[in-house]
Ligand binder design. Structure first.
Ligand SMILES: C[S@@+](CC[C@H](N)C(=O)[O-])C[C@H]1O[C@@H](n2cnc3c(N)ncnc32)[C@H](O)[C@@H]1O
Length: 246
């Protein structure tokens, strides 16, 4: 994660001045792929990475576009969506364990998506798709209402400086979007290594009329990622939360 809170239009985003009126939860980072990532990208991106129609910045999505998830996976199955899937460690593990479930990773960082494709390729997985997209937009319009069985937000960028906290992903407005896409009875899983963000998450869940839940134990499926390992090495405590869509 970058500490920069630059909200100016990014030339990498097409340089659309003033396109985004809200701060986003990410900064664009270098998009260069290493050789292994490039190889997996070349082999798999056409089939595994959603060709998202844009409406401006390169992480945006045309608000008219609605994803047909059954068509995307070529079947009708349980759907898990991970927001900020990073290098894909959790997604690839889960997809390997549950071949009857479909997994969609929403991630703005192309090398992370390409790294995930390495895992997909090595595992011969057919139940994973990825989209390079601002998840907040995807949850607003791209994903159909009540289409998702589980939504995962593991270690969203903490934006720990006071002046940057408006960029945090997990807010009451985001809970509303999570509720929009989750099926009744669907599960929202969250984790963070930032105690004060965990407090915010707990308040968001408790304050939402759409969810029941709060702090929870770590669940087996959330395998250790490189990002979490760094937090642990730095002495931070890990906080998990689980909420159920009413
Ligand atoms: C701190 S990393 C954690 C990655 C992974 N979940 C893990 O546990 O290792 C947060 C990730 O979320 C991604 N991200 C942040 N805001 C996002 C958004 N609005 N839409 C999609 N991805 C986002 C970042 O690019 C980054 O890869």
């Amino acid at each position: 994660m970058s500490d920069s809170a630059d909200t100016r239009p990014d030339p990498a985003d097409g340089g659309h001045p003033g396109y985004r009126t809200e701060p986003v939860s990410f900064t664009r980072r270098g998009g260069r792929l290493n050789d292994r990532q490039q190889k997996s990208w070349d082999l798999l991106a056409d089939t595994m990475v959603v060709d998202v129609p844009r409406s401006g910045p390169s992480t945006s999505v045309d608000p008219q576009y609605v994803l047909d998830t059954d068509a995307l996976f070529g079947r009708s199955a349980r759907l898990v969506v991970e927001i900020g899937s990073g290098r894909g460690e959790v997604l690839v593990h889960a997809a390997t364990e549950a071949p009857d479930t479909d997994f969609l990773g929403l991630e703005v960082y192309k090398p992370g998506v390409a790294q995930t494709l390495i895992g997909v390729r090595h595992g011969g997985l057919t139940n994973v798709r990825l989209a390079i997209v601002n998840a907040a937009e995807a949850l607003t319009t791209t994903l159909p209402e009540a289409s998702v069985d589980e939504l995962w937000v593991h270690f969203p960028d903490p934006w720990h400086k006071k002046r940057h906290q408006k960029r945090r992903l997990v807010t009451p407005a985001f809970a509303h979007l999570a509720a929009r896409v989750l099926k009744p009875g669907g599960t929202w899983r969250l984790a963070t290594d930032w105690a004060e963000y965990a407090e915010q998450m707990a308040e968001v869940v408790a304050g939402s009329p759409d969810f029941e839940g709060g702090r929870s134990e770590r669940w087996d499926g959330r395998v250790l990622t490189r990002f979490e390992a760094k937090g642990i090495a730095a002495g931070r405590e890990i906080h998990d939360l689980t909420a159920v869509r009413r």
